[in-house]
Design a protein around this ligand. Structure first.
Ligand code: ZN
Length: 206
């Protein structure tokens, strides 16, 4: 069986979807409708496989609904080995979709935390970004979600999350502000209260 045409996995407990999930055929039919709405013929040769490709792409764009921060951050490392300064990972690639226009938001996330008794693998911070980025989002919401999930999972003394991103809904349509970058920030604990730490971290977004 061609698994490309099989049902997608269950969207999981984090999905905001009420009721039954539409079938893949339903989704492909909706793409055909949008092609017609745009003014083209979904049956012409170049577009024949497009509904199926779009459905498959959605699976990738929105796979965050099937993931949870608990799964990604589940295995934390308790041993900090005396290290008690901030851990900062910058320039984590971020690809999301705005919930208003369903077009890409592309940018970077910078994440910092001041360990308490637990640390987490650096690659897991990148995966945590994807848990929330691979959904329909606003930049403000995902910034807060990433910070709050990290705070809850490892209870550090402080957390900082900065996202700087371009919104294709601003650069390719509407106001066409091609150079604008949106910066959002959430600071918790020491990252909010300690001037030195806050300044050091905020410099990352410049
Ligand atoms: Zn938008």
């Amino acid at each position: 069986m061609d698994d490309q045409r099989g049902p997608l996995p269950d969207p999981g407990p984090n999905s905001a979807l009420p009721g039954r999930r539409p079938s893949r055929a339903d989704a492909e039919q909706a793409v055909r409708t949008l092609i017609r709405w745009a003014g083209d013929d979904p049956d012409r040769e170049g577009l024949a496989d497009t509904p199926s490709r779009v459905a498959k792409a959605y699976h990738e764009f929105f796979r965050g609904y099937a993931e949870s921060p608990e799964n990604v951050l589940g295995r934390v490392f308790e041993e900090v080995g005396g290290y008690d300064d901030a851990v900062i990972v910058r320039d984590i690639r971020l690809e999301s979709h705005c919930e208003h226009h369903m077009v890409p938001i592309v940018g970077s996330a910078h994440i910092g935390y001041l360990p308490g008794s637990r640390v987490v693998g650096i690659s897991k911070l990148a995966r945590l970004v994807d848990v929330y980025a691979k959904r329909l989002q606003t930049q403000e919401t995902m910034t807060a979600q990433i910070a709050d999930a990290l705070q809850k999972a490892i209870e550090p003394r402080g957390v900082g999350v900065i996202i700087s991103a371009r919104h294709m809904c601003m650069t390719t349509r509407g106001v066409h502000k091609t150079d604008s970058i949106t910066v959002t920030c959430r600071l918790l604990g020491s990252f909010r209260d300690d001037d030195r730490l806050r300044r050091e971290f905020m410099r990352l977004a410049e």
